[in-house]
Design a protein around this ligand. Sequence first.
Ligand code: NAD
Length: 148
Amino acid sequence: MDLKLKYEGKRVLVTGAAGFLASHVVDVLVEMGAEVRALDDLSDGRLDNLAESCDRIEFVEKSVVERDGLDDIVAGRDYVFHLAANALVPRSVEDPDHDFDVNVVGTRNVMESVRRTGAGRLVFTSSAAVYGSPAHAEVALRWLEARG
Ligand SMILES: NC(=O)c1ccc[n+]([C@@H]2O[C@H](COP(=O)([O-])OP(=O)(O)OC[C@H]3O[C@@H](n4cnc5c(N)ncnc54)[C@H](O)[C@@H]3O)[C@@H](O)[C@H]2O)c1
């Protein structure tokens, strides 16, 4: 299916939206005609990253660790792209409690909100580390193709 048709007019939430990866996800979704709500607590991300789409999105400054109010942000979304995270390995070593709060509790909070509100599909970026170290670069691509 044409991706543009898939997301055109859809209501999408992107968490971690002011970060490196998610800000590009936001730009692509906006370009495809999605109605994007962008959430970030701005702990690492920058609003500058959303400059291309800032006048066409709804930005919500909020932490996924705080459950209060999260259901209202998630409810009614056709898709939730969850990229809010501590992606910095050195910080996870220095402050594992913070890492656990954001990456585990925050992810659980988003998942629970999706379940409770009956929002649509949750898309989780996870980490490239889950692929392991492939002997050949095309292994990850084949894995994705096999999943359809
Ligand atoms: N960068 C890569 O190459 C790569 C590859 C595969 C997967 N990933 C995964 O994608 C996700 C995003 O990675 P990234 O490189 O864009 O990181 P990033 O640090 O640029 O973005 C993460 C965003 O999450 C926000 N954030 C942090 N804590 C938050 C909280 N409690 N509530 C709301 N927002 C919060 C930060 O402010 C930041 O904008 C991570 O889970 C990472 O593991 C990244």
